[in-house]
Design a protein around this ligand. Structure first.
Ligand code: MN
Length: 252
């Protein structure tokens, strides 16, 4: 089993170290990750300049690009001597639930793996206490082992896994859930630069979740590991017929 591990927090983040250790219990691991923070880069590809991967003394690769760049270079360059059998992304510092998955580089790296035909799982830690992530090594290793052993990942689908932001010995279990939905308020804050000019900083603010049961947010809130299958096909199949019925009017 050859495993590619990547993330969006950068190769020096503690979370990717924990995930790489967990994955080494099932096979040979190569880490290919951004050389710096790339959170919220979504599925961005770097196309306006060349990329210069650097091999680190421990055999991992740091890339001056996005998480998607890392997966693409790992597989197509190829930085890995063999095509990976599985891609694991994370462990992200902070949750990737609901609409977060649209912005997340961690989830997008897993998505890119699925695009090139490799099964993939994204892990995120749903809290702000980074010191708790280390404690999840055995739990994540157990999940990785079981997911690989099942050998049943659906095609064109990735697993998005959110770990609750609590000490690992307080985890209640696992729930398979759909994406939740949340609203941001005051997430664009006005500041001043050193020259007194107005600047705006995106982030922070207040997050309100819709609170529906059966979602990633409620599972993590209740202390469960939340697993959500995400598919690449964004088509809203339920609306196809309705929008087709508009076609006549749109063409007229
Ligand atoms: Mn991140």
């Amino acid at each position: 089993m050859n495993i590619l591990v990547t993330n969006d927090d950068g190769i020096l983040s503690p979370g990717i170290g924990v995930l790489a250790e967990a994955c080494r219990t099932v096979g040979a691991v190569t880490v290919v990750a951004p050389d710096r923070e790339q959170s919220a880069q979504s599925h961005a590809l770097t196309m306006t300049r060349p990329l210069r991967p650097v091999r680190r003394p421990d055999g991992s690769w740091q890339v001056d690009g996005t998480p998607t760049d890392c997966v693409l270079l790992a597989v197509e360059a190829p930085l890995l001597p063999v095509r990976p059998d599985f891609v694991f992304s994370g462990i992200n510092h902070g949750p990737n639930m609901g609409e977060d998955v649209l912005y997340s580089g961690t989830v997008s790296a897993a998505m890119e793996a699925v695009v090139v035909g490799i099964p993939a799982v994204a892990f995120s830690f749903g809290g702000r206490r980074d010191d708790l992530i280390e404690g999840y090594r055995d739990l994540v290793a157990d999940l990785v082992q079981k997911i690989v052993a099942l050998d049943a990942m659906p095609p064109n689908t990735l697993l998005n896994i959110n770990l609750p932001g609590i000490p690992v010995d307080e985890v209640q279990g696992i729930r398979v859930v759909r994406l939740g939905s949340r609203f941001f308020s005051d997430s664009v804050a006005k500041h001043q630069d050193p020259w007194g000019r107005d600047v705006w900083w995106i982030g922070g603010g207040t997050i309100t979740w819709s609170g529906e049961e059966g979602t990633d947010h409620t599972a993590v809130r209740d202390g469960y590991v939340a697993i959500t299958p995400l598919r690449l096909d964004l088509t809203d199949h339920g609306s196809l017929e309705m929008v087709r019925s508009w076609a006549l009017a749109l063409e007229a």
